[in-house]
Ligand binder design. Structure first.
Ligand code: ADP
Length: 307
């Protein structure tokens, strides 16, 4: 069996007195697109930096691309492409000039050829002469991706690469990620968009520095053990008020003219919902639990733990 691209155990990082990454154990197989999900400030960026050799953990160990994360950070950095949340370029240089600059910075051999190949592979050829400062968000992001795959990394770490990019550009970006993965690249991508989580082979959900769910989307949804009921009818507003605090009801969320009601205790949830449905003359139907329902539940659970 080939060694996983990432295999880290019990990673912990503290800043001041605060534990920002707390005992994180994570494995990412070669060629996998692994999603890294979690609310802002939950420790995603810090974990990524620990894994790509930019930060030293306070505890824990592991290997990335066959190298020890404590002792071989230089080797890891050379094999990883890291796209930070706020990627930057020279706005007064063209796409091609920006890439040539990066290639020079890393002293890549055959720079001209590498830049030409990158422009072609990332679909940037038609805009090679355009100033980076005049590009839309989606094109800027494509340029950032080009800059971090130019040295042919084996692993891409993308930190919220699609924040603030429109839906069409996000979709194109994900198509590109899948293309790179099918060429053998391993990708770890952090996001808080639900639809993007669903485009990953596996997801890892982190909250307050702790990994609280891992697996395929289907596994994460199944393991959460939630039941979801949908109420519809004219009086869903009143039903929502009555459901507040009712036994078995963990979440209440309006979706258009319907109400999604979610809970861990299926029997108690059903009793409460059916009682209130009768009082308000609303209809009840069973529904599939969504990944979003699960994430909200995980976030609520983590807040309770912190309190
Ligand atoms: P995320 O990427 O999930 O938004 P981060 O890893 O950026 O989370 O941050 C987790 C927590 O660690 C935040 O509370 C943040 O303020 C804190 N933090 C991150 N980097 C540093 C640092 N260099 N010094 C002190 N605190 C930090």
């Amino acid at each position: 069996m080939t060694e996983p691209a990432i295999s880290v155990r019990n990673l912990t990082k503290r800043f001041g007195g605060k534990t920002v990454v707390d005992d994180v154990t994570l494995t990412v197989a070669r060629g996998e697109i692994a999603g890294f999900l979690g609310p802002n400030g939950s420790g995603k960026t810090t974990t990524i930096r620990l894994m790509c050799g930019l930060l030293q953990p306070d505890a824990g160990r592991g290997r990335v691309l066959g190298h020890d994360i404590l002792r071989e950070r230089g080797a890891i950095k050379r094999k990883v492409g890291y796209m930070t949340q706020k990627f930057s370029f020279y706005e007064d240089l063209t796409i091609e000039e920006n890439l040539a600059f990066v290639a020079g910075l890393y002293q890549m051999p055959a720079r001209r050829q590498v830049v030409a190949e990158t422009l072609r592979d990332l679909g940037l050829q038609s805009r090679r002469g355009q100033l980076a400062g005049s590009l839309s968000g989606g094109w800027k992001q494509r340029l950032a991706l080009a800059a971090c795959v130019m040295h042919k990394p084996e692993l891409l770490m993308l930190d919220e690469p699609t924040a603030g990019v429109d839906p069409k550009a996000r979709r194109d970006f994900w198509d590109e990620i899948h293309r790179l993965a099918s060429d053998g690249l391993t990708v770890l991508v952090s996001t808080h968009y639900m639809d993007e989580a669903e485009r990953c082979h596996r997801i890892n959900y982190i909250s307050y520095g702790r990994l609280v769910a891992q697996g395929t989307v289907a596994e994460v949804v199944r393991n959460a053990g939630l039941t979801t009921l949908v109420m519809s009818g004219a009086a869903t507003d009143r039903a929502a008020r009555l459901l507040e605090g009712a036994e078995g009801v963990d979440q209440i969320a309006p979706f258009g003219n319907t109400l999604h009601v979610v809970g861990r205790d299926a029997a108690a949830l059903r009793r409460s919902v059916e009682r209130i449905a009768q009082q308000t003359g609303t209809e009840v139907a069973a529904a599939d639990t969504s990944l979003e329902d699960v994430f909200i539940q995980l976030m609520q659970g983590a807040e309770d733990n912190m309190a």
